[in-house]
Design a binder for this molecule. Sequence first.
Ligand code: ADP
Length: 570
Amino acid sequence: MLQVKSHWAQRLLKITVVATVYFFSARLGLLLQLGHTNASPVWPPSAIAFTALLIFGPELWPGILLGAFLANITVFSSNQVASIPVIMLTSAAISIGNTSEALIGYYLIKRFKSEQILGKSRDFAVFFTIVLIMCLSSSLIGTLMLSVNKIISWQDYKTVWFTWWTGDVSGIIILTPALLAWWKPKKRKWNTASIIQVILLFFALFVYLGAIFGEWLPLGFNRAKIFIIFFIITWCVFRMSQRQLSLVILLISIYSIYSTFLGKGPFIEASPNLSLISLQVFLCVISISMMFLSTTLNARKNSEEELKAVNALLEMKVAERTYTLELQKEKLEAANILLLQKTKALEDLNKESRSFAHVVSHDLREPIRSIVSYLQLLEERYKNKLDRDADLFIDFAVDGAKRMSVLIDDLLAYSRIEHNQSEFIHVDLNEIVAVVKSNLHTAISDNEARIVINHKLPTVLADYSQMVQLFQNLIDNAIKYRSDKQPEININVQKQGNISLISVADNGIGISKEYFDRIFVIFQRLHTRDQYDGTGIGLAICKKILEKHGGKIWVESVEGKGSTFYFTCN
Ligand code: ADP
């Protein structure tokens, strides 16, 4: 609520300020009016009205209406040009014309998106064109009202209208850029050189204006000298900010209007009104061409600055990125070195443990064999000659020693795969299965197992005995881990490009999913020795054989329904 109130109060204040400034500048302009027409060739209020809308928005229009009405009514009344009602009606119509002029200008600027009047040369050109058009509204309405109410004769219509229009156009063209430039926040930084230059320029201007309008130098004058002003102002355009330039144009305007009003200078014509009109046209040309040039230069400077800023930003970003990349590279290199060191350490450890397993299993073999033989000898000679406990202990010792012997044999077989250097030859896997069948003849017939090769197996490049070992371990397991059903083992092959995917499927007890990986680890078993005999090394050997051959092995199984072992061969 408080905010709403303060918004309205602010608006009211602004409207009052606009009305006041408009009123006094109009009274100033009306000092130079043509007869008692209220039409003046010098009309700063049109610029005040238009600029106020451009800066603060169109809602300030009542300020223009009020200021214009009061200025017209007071001047008309003091000149007693007509009866009070006619004066009131005429003043009201003129103030409507003045307000509509500023509003039309404002909406056209918005419509053509040309708000950056001093920032873009295109916007400045649009601004100039709009000014020529918008000033038609006030001048046509005003002159019409004066004629209709017989304040002027229809004969004077053209002169009054042209005076009015020129006054409005030149007012806006000279004053609006200055007001806009001074409203914008200041950018320029001063240094001694620029201060001296600006002082020199103002001095040159002062001398020139004095020479042309003040007649205080014994130069005499002719019209050609007027054009020297272009040198000075062009110098200003290149060396001064837009604020200073607009100030220069304003000073020239005030000085020359005042001089011409006093009847001095090169623009003196048949009547003071004509003199002022011709001066205003000249001032308009100067203002338009110089502000246009300055806007163009400014726009170029701005885009150069923007480009520099973008460039600097880009360079900063590239530097930042490079730094981050270098940091990442360093980190990566350090990680790489660490990884290489760890891999090397792991390889060394692996090698060491493999050769350790090999040496240990190889060297333990003989002593274990002799322990087994001597224990068996002890059993043969002293069975039933010692007490019952001694017989039992000897039994346990023989059994343990035999088991140890098997374990060591298995471990040696496992480490041999690693150390085996024999070359790969073409091996027909159908033949391998036939050999395995004959090796496992007893187990097969005891269990009435059926082994079926569904597709003819391929011939692969491999180590012959390791292929026998691979198939034998898988088929042996398929029979060993049988269910109540008659064991049925299906061997299949699928070609996948150069690779053969071979599967050995059984209808045995199956394996729970959580053990799919564990069963391939050395000495890992899912059952006790009482349930199933074994050492837990068979599948680890299969995995090692396939790794040596560049293949893989894995299992898929459903508990109670059977397992399928898959492996790949080249
Ligand atoms: P072992 O048979 O000597 O115990 P393996 O390494 O050959 O050792 O097998 C590891 C474990 O995998 C076995 O103890 C068994 O539990 C399981 N297993 C292997 N093959 C099969 C199969 N065909 N069906 C069910 N379980 C199996």
